[in-house]
Design a protein around this ligand. Structure first.
Ligand code: BES
Ligand code: ZN
Ligand code: ZN
Length: 465
């Protein structure tokens, strides 16, 4: 839907927005949160729509985002091509923030995955005119939110694409395209070069398929000599579990095991499109974890780039092996001063929190606090988890330096990663249950993939770290 911040022409439907009790229509409307009333015009004039924001004192901008996402879905279903939203009372919310959140609610909801529908009927073109915003920043805000939403939608496409079409090489090519279109550099390393770098834990996971792995390295530099921040995304284009094979239930959604990688690309795209002042490097170690005679096997011992050996007791705990090398590579070869990784790492994250909270780990309290403060403004929920050295005993191996499984799974996976970031400030986000949400928690995650962490990390980098 095309959005304009101005008065519309040939309007077929006018939306009026009220807080609770501001407008009462007997038994039909009293302005409760997300209440929607459509009153058709019978004489070809404008239809009227009433929409409620709930109690004035209860509203905050993070609520608004979800409420406006609900309105957007209703408007999408309308037959009208030109819709206008009347001036709305910002209540106690600052105008720029109100506008930004409203646009996020609309634009992040405007997505569906149609790439594989043969009856891909042309979507009707609708225009939404929003009145009442006078802030001098309105065009800038519209443009910024639109670029972020487009970047998230590109990531959603990548996540939804099946593994037969979205294998490591295809992902690398897509990242090259996005880099070229939006303005960041991309370098792709193939198997031989990855081997030369010594990333043999990553290569062990990738062994069982002719769809060869790729190491994708991105750079966006637009802030002079400032320090680089590093991003790492888990990039399994397919995770069957390998020999420790998943159940048929567990296999269903494993084409999405590169959500972390896709969201990292979305952050790069959004930063570049919005020409943010920032220096960022990002790394994705992408491969498939499948069964073949050549696949790595339970009991194998792999050597990481760092030199530490890992006993593989479960080939389905493959993400931490690829990330151990990717994290070590970015902190030792890419000169980043802080690093954040996003990974669909452990199913247990969802058993604990469902899709409401993303477990967050950090080796640096200050960095973590900064992140959590930004998250309050973006409306994404995180829950701090312990990185307590006593958990190291859970991943001790009798015959190698460490092992790749251990009870307290979400925590022990992070304890393993911690050993590869060389003590630089680091945040690990286990997005296994929040990258895609079933059932959805963010109203705008209407087609599965939520885009979680993209807006928070974008803001964090844009504000300066
Ligand atoms: N990609 C999965 C984690 C996952 C599970 C993501 C469900 C999204 C939804 C990961 O590679 C995995 O399989 N982890 C194992 C670890 C275990 C074997 C220690 C898990 O969570 O079961
Ligand atoms: Zn796995
Ligand atoms: Zn996985």
């Amino acid at each position: 839907m095309k959005i304009y911040l101005e008065e519309g022409k040939d309007i077929e439907a006018l939306v009026s927005i009220y807080y609770e009790d501001e407008k009462k229509i007997d038994n039909l409307f009293d302005g409760k949160e997300a209440e929607y009333l459509f009153i058709p015009s019978l004489d070809d004039k404008k239809h009227s729509i009433y929409f409620g924001l709930g109690k004035k004192e209860d509203i905050n901008h993070n609520k608004l985002r979800n409420i406006f996402a609900k309105l957007f879905k209703k408007l999408k279903d309308l037959k009208a091509e030109n819709i206008e939203i009347d001036k709305v009372d910002f209540n106690n919310i600052e105008e720029d923030l109100f506008l930004k959140t409203m646009l996020e609610g609309f634009m992040l909801t405007d997505y569906s995955f149609k790439m594989y529908k043969s009856d891909n009927e042309k979507e009707k073109q609708q225009s939404l005119y929003i009145k009442g915003f006078n802030t001098k920043n309105k065009d800038k805000i519209l443009n910024e939110v639109s670029n972020i939403a487009k970047a998230i939608n590109h990531a959603r496409d990548i996540i939804s694409m099946p593994t037969c079409d979205l294998y490591p090489e295809a992902l690398a090519n897509r990242v090259l395209e996005i880099g070229k279109e939006s303005g960041f550099n991309v370098e792709i390393f193939e198997e031989e070069e990855i081997e030369k770098l010594g990333m043999t834990a990553f290569l062990a996971v990738a062994k069982g398929t002719k769809n060869k792995p790729r190491l994708i390295v991105m750079e966006y530099k637009n802030n002079g000599d400032a320090d680089f921040i590093g991003l790492v995304g888990k990039g399994l284009t397919c995770d069957t579990g390998g020999y420790s094979i998943k159940s048929h239930e567990g296999l269903k959604y494993m084409k999405a095991d590169m959500s972390g990688a896709s969201y990292v690309v979305a952050i790069m795209e959004a930063l570049a499109k919005n020409k943010c002042k920032a220096n960022v490097r990002a790394v994705i170690a992408t491969c498939e974890n499948v069964v073949d005679g050549d696949s790595y096997k339970p009991g194998d011992i792999v050597r990481t780039m760092k030199g530490k050996t890992i006993e593989v007791l479960n080939t389905d705990a493959e993400g931490r092996l690829t990330l151990a090398d990717a994290l070590y590579y970015i902190v030792t070869k890419q000169n980043v001063k802080k690093v954040i990784d996003l990974a669909t790492l452990t199913g247990l994250a969802g058993s604990t929190f469902g899709s409401l909270f993303t477990p967050i780990f950090s080796n640096n309290e200050e960095f973590l606090k900064y992140f959590m403060d930004i998250a309050k403004t973006t409306g994404e929920d995180f829950w701090q988890m312990p990185l307590d050295d006593r958990y190291n005993s859970y991943i001790e191996s009798d015959i190698a330096d460490i092992k790749n499984t251990g009870s307290a799974g979400t925590i022990t996976a992070s304890m393993l990663l911690k050993q590869f970031v060389e003590d630089i400030p680091w945040i690990h986000l286990d997005i296994a249950a929040t990258a895609s949400q079933y059932p959805i928690v963010y109203e705008y995650a209407s087609n599965g993939a939520s885009g979680v962490c993209v807006r928070t990390i974008y803001e964090l980098i844009n504000k300066g770290v």
